[in-house]
Write a protein of this length. Structure first.
Lengths: 349, 314
């Protein structure tokens, strides 16, 4: 069942003198109930802007966002009574997402209060949410500054799940955390999705986390989705030069697993003001040809896997579909699953 | 790592905060002086009837313009009233007017400022209303403070209420601007966005998340402003637009005494003038101490320093 359907989303921020920052340029994607779609890209690729549009924190310049098949915007927002508490958000910076002057128990209960729950119901929901995210009940009376970053992020997640939303937008929820807290939070997010069946729109630049958490991946570059597909397939056989470059840049814990790539991206992501009409990667792409000055169409390479590149067939040839994916998965699980005995073994060596 | 606290631990947190406060006073002796001055002035105002040796409004026609000494510590004025007693009684009027006026201005200013800061980005009524309020504040602040206060007293008549109102109106734009900028920055905080997305009504977001987090500079401003307002009250009384003689009030006392300075009788003006200056100074010091205490960056620096020296932290 399609929960969220984003069609041709455009977000331009005027900068004066007729110019505009073209943050998002016609993005299409869907999120099904209970699945995780990851939006990945460098900073400046528009991924956070898309998340904020979906939540209604900013008004998109164009396109439509359908939640349960009906468009958002106008009178139908997350604040309107029928949609309240059905879509939630987890922020990147745990400390800034919690009011420093309010005890975390009350913060967690806020979405329930907005739903008009009675005091008893609210307290029950808060205790349940705290239990779900592994936040000890005795900590509900503490202030955010008294908690570690990992615990603060658990509070943020508890606030997001307390109203049992159908969709949670995760805006880089782990990038501010240290590695051990990150692993715990990722495990927690996966467990919560299994328990509650919540769909995630997972915004991240951290590909190893994305791989571990998401069912499908959309790769963003300068406000356009350049490639989209099931994450297993996209990680194993990327078809867009940018996806290849991005995957090559991942620092895998085991250097032998590092993807050997024939494509290296040079330079920085260009300014999103006054983009040229062609492929946005044209200036940085080692495979660029004259035709890349025109915008390539979205082509389907296999069911659910689409790519926007004139030379995707050539990329497929160059990238000898070596399936690093399974090994990647095993390595990631080994690192991310708390297994003290294994770690002790490592330390012993 | 900081872990949760039960009720007992929170009480310990309170006593630690007090210890931190005391440590700040020790490292900044001028702040201690400020608190001492303010405390003394307030206590004198409260206990004036018991402290003052003479009734403040009774003239002794025989003992006029007595120099400072015994039994008149600060001498007597031209009508024979005891200046020491009157200096002690004066803060009852001066402080009441200043505190009332300042609180009223803070109430008006912060309320409007919070609304303007929160709603000014809303198209239509929000932007229009915010523009209207801010331009009104511009007009208000374009007048010289003193001229504006005199005009208000002239319109509403010479009474205590008029002076309180004058102080409230003159100072309200300060709080309006202060609160507006605070709210504008806090409004974009992630926790406000979270509350907004949860569907919490605007007024509750303002009351629960925005105003409490915006109040620190307002509190610092309050103390400084009470000092100024004492000065304004005295100034209005000095030119005869404020409190009238024989009510004991520093400004009118200075006014009553200044003709005598040329004949060498300096005490009827100098003593109330000194009291006024010291009081304003005291409130300014308290204001800067609040600013230091509530600035997280300076607070942390200070705490770090204190921790290494004495093992005390906030």
């Amino acid at each position: 069942m399609t929960l969220l359907d984003v069609k041709n989303l455009v977000q331009h921020f005027p900068t004066g003198r007729g110019k505009a920052v073209q943050a998002v340029n016609g993005v299409d994607f869907t999120v099904d109930a209970g699945e995780t779609l990851a939006l990945v890209g460098e900073s400046g690729s528009g991924k956070t802007t898309i998340g904020r549009c979906v939540l209604g924190l900013i008004q998109p310049t164009g396109g439509s966002i359908l939640f349960h098949g009906e468009p958002m915007g106008g009178r139908r927002t997350l604040r309107s009574p029928e949609l309240r508490g059905r879509m939630q958000l987890v922020f990147q910076e745990p400390a800034e997402s919690l009011d420093p002057r309010i005890v975390v128990g009350r913060t967690i209960g806020e979405p329930m209060a907005a739903l008009g729950a009675s005091r008893a119901d609210r307290e029950k929901a808060v205790r349940l949410a705290a239990q779900r995210v592994g936040l000890p009940e005795r900590l509900l009376g503490s202030y955010p500054a008294e908690l570690s970053m990992g615990l603060q992020q658990r509070v943020g997640i508890a606030r997001a799940v307390v109203s049992r939303p159908e969709l949670i937008v995760l805006d880089e929820p782990t990038s501010a955390l240290d590695p051990s807290a990150r692993a715990e939070i990722i495990d927690l997010l996966i467990r919560l999705q299994k328990e509650l069946g919540t769909a995630y729109l997972f915004i991240s630049h951290d590909l190893s986390t994305v791989r571990y958490l998401s069912h499908r991946v959309a790769v963003l570059y300068l406000g356009s989705i350049v490639e989209q597909g099931p994450s297993a397939e996209l990680f194993a056989a990327p078809r867009h030069p940018y996806s290849v470059g991005l995957l090559a840049s991942v620092l895998l814990p085991n250097p032998e697993l590092r993807r050997e790539s024939t494509i290296r991206l040079e330079g920085e992501i260009p300014s999103p003001i006054d983009l040229p009409p062609g492929c946005p990667l044209e200036g940085r792409c080692p495979l660029a040809i004259a035709r890349c000055r025109e915008m390539p169409p979205v082509e389907t390479v296999s069911p659910g896997h689409t790519v926007r590149c004139w030379r995707h067939a050539d990329v497929a040839q160059m990238e000898q579909a070596v399936d690093y994916f399974e090994r990647f998965q095993i390595e990631a699980e080994r690192i991310l699953t708390p297994a003290p005995s294994k770690q002790e073994e490592q330390w012993a060596n | 790592m900081a872990m949760a606290r039960d009720a007992g631990a929170r009480a310990r947190g309170g006593s630690r905060r007090l210890a931190f406060f005391m440590a700040v006073l020790r490292t900044h002796p001028s702040f201690a002086l400020g608190y001492a001055i303010v405390l003394m002035v307030v206590l004198l105002a409260i206990f004036a009837p018991w402290v003052a040796p003479y009734p403040p409004e009774t003239a002794d026609p025989v003992a006029f313009l007595q120099p400072p000494g015994w039994p008149h510590l600060m001498g007597t004025d031209a009508t024979g009233m005891d200046i020491f007693s009157r200096v002690i009684w004066a803060p009852r009027i001066d402080l009441s007017i200043a505190i009332l006026g300042t609180l009223l201005s803070a109430l008006i200013g912060t309320t409007l400022g919070a609304l303007v800061g929160y709603y000014q980005s809303v198209r239509g009524l929000g932007r229009f209303g915010a523009g209207f309020v801010m331009r009104s504040a511009d007009v208000l602040q374009a007048f010289p403070v003193f001229v504006f206060a005199i005009a208000l007293v002239a319109v509403f008549g010479q009474s205590l209420q008029s002076i309180v109102l004058a102080i409230a109106f003159v100072n309200a734009p300060i709080y309006l601007r202060l609160m507006r900028t605070q709210v504008m920055s806090i409004r974009t905080m992630r926790y406000v966005e979270a509350a907004w997305l949860a569907g919490m009504p605007d007024w509750r977001i303002i009351a629960r998340h925005i105003v409490p987090n915006a109040m620190a500079p307002v509190l610092a401003q309050l103390s400084v402003n009470i000092g100024w307002s004492v000065l304004l009250t005295a100034a209005l009384s000095f030119i005869g637009a404020g409190v009238k003689a024989p009510t004991p009030e520093w400004g009118s006392m200075i006014a009553m005494g200044y003709q005598n300075i040329v004949t060498g009788h300096w005490w009827p003006s100098i003593f109330p003038g000194l009291a006024l200056a010291v009081t304003v100074f005291g409130f300014s010091l308290v204001g800067s101490s609040i600013e230091v205490l509530s600035d997280p960056a300076r607070r942390r620096r200070l705490a770090g320093r204190l921790e290494t020296v004495r093992g005390i932290a906030p």
